[in-house]
Design a protein around this ligand. Structure first.
Ligand code: CTP
Ligand code: MG
Length: 234
């Protein structure tokens, strides 16, 4: 399973509809300082010396637009393949995984997470070589409560043990591919990230790697305002 001589491939996910943002145009195409959110996410992997290739998971109806408006004018040459996504994030990830050829390590990244840095990508690479599976996250700042169905507090996990999870999520390719194949054969529900798939459908532990508090996912309208501030600063 430790096939480590193949390519390091980034799967960038841009096939979501962005329901929580509530705009007609999916959030990954909204502009921050004159460039689409997706541009920044792709550019980080384009510029990383670790990444050999990018697989972009994106709706068929946006592929031509993306080629013309994002990839071509900005020299994003590592996107060799665009594949259509699926109904759920995990379907889109699986579509990306199936398109990987000769891959040793795969970096799954949300296209709606524009401020991933080379430093974070490097930390992941270093960690995954020994840990086989790692995901980026940060310790939470707020106290987290677990609620019951009536919105009463059920419990309070100790804050030192609670992390908010970001992407990239990085794995040995065969490990994550097998785990996804098993998950899709099962009737699992509520899968919201890749770590969950490996946690539940393999025996591999998943290591946490520090990301950054700026590595936000654009999800709701106020995130656009925050992104504009982070973007001006850089
Ligand atoms: N994504 C995807 N395919 C899906 C769902 C999500 O490629 N079927 C991508 C999104 O484009 C995004 C990332 O996965 O880059 C994280 O998902 P999320 O923030 O949930 O995006 P959406 O599903 O688009 O938003 P919402 O849940 O608000 O509808
Ligand atoms: Mg979603």
């Amino acid at each position: 399973m430790s096939e480590t001589s193949g390519k390091k491939i980034a799967i960038v996910l841009a096939a979501g509809k962005g329901k929580r943002m509530g705009t007609d145009m999916p959030k990954q195409f909204l502009h921050i300082n004159d460039k689409p959110v997706l541009y920044y996410s792709l550019k980080a992997f384009q510029d990383s010396s670790i990444i050999d290739e990018i697989i972009l998971v994106i709706g068929k109806e946006y592929q031509e637009y993306c080629q013309r408006e994002i990839l071509q004018p900005n020299g994003i040459t590592k996107v060799k393949t665009m594949v259509e996504g699926g109904a759920e994030r995990y379907d889109s990830v699986y579509a990306g995984l199936k398109a990987c050829k000769d891959c040793s390590y795969v970096f799954v990244h949300d296209g709606a997470r524009p401020f991933v840095t080379d430093e974070i990508i490097c930390r992941c690479m270093e960690t995954v070589q020994t840990a086989k599976a790692c995901v980026v996250g940060m310790p939470v700042k707020d106290t987290i409560k677990i609620a019951d169905a009536d919105e009463n507090i059920e419990s309070t996990p100790s804050r030192e043990k609670v992390w908010m999870i970001q992407t990239p999520q990085v794995f040995e390719y065969e490990l994550v591919y097998q785990a996804y194949t098993e998950m899709l054969k099962s009737n699992a529900t509520g899968i919201t990230d890749d770590a969950m798939v490996v946690e539940s459908f393999s025996n591999q532990k998943v290591k946490l790697v520090k990301g950054s508090y700026e590595n936000i996912k654009i999800t709701t309208p106020e995130d656009i305002k925050i992104a504009q501030i982070f973007c001006k600063k850089n």
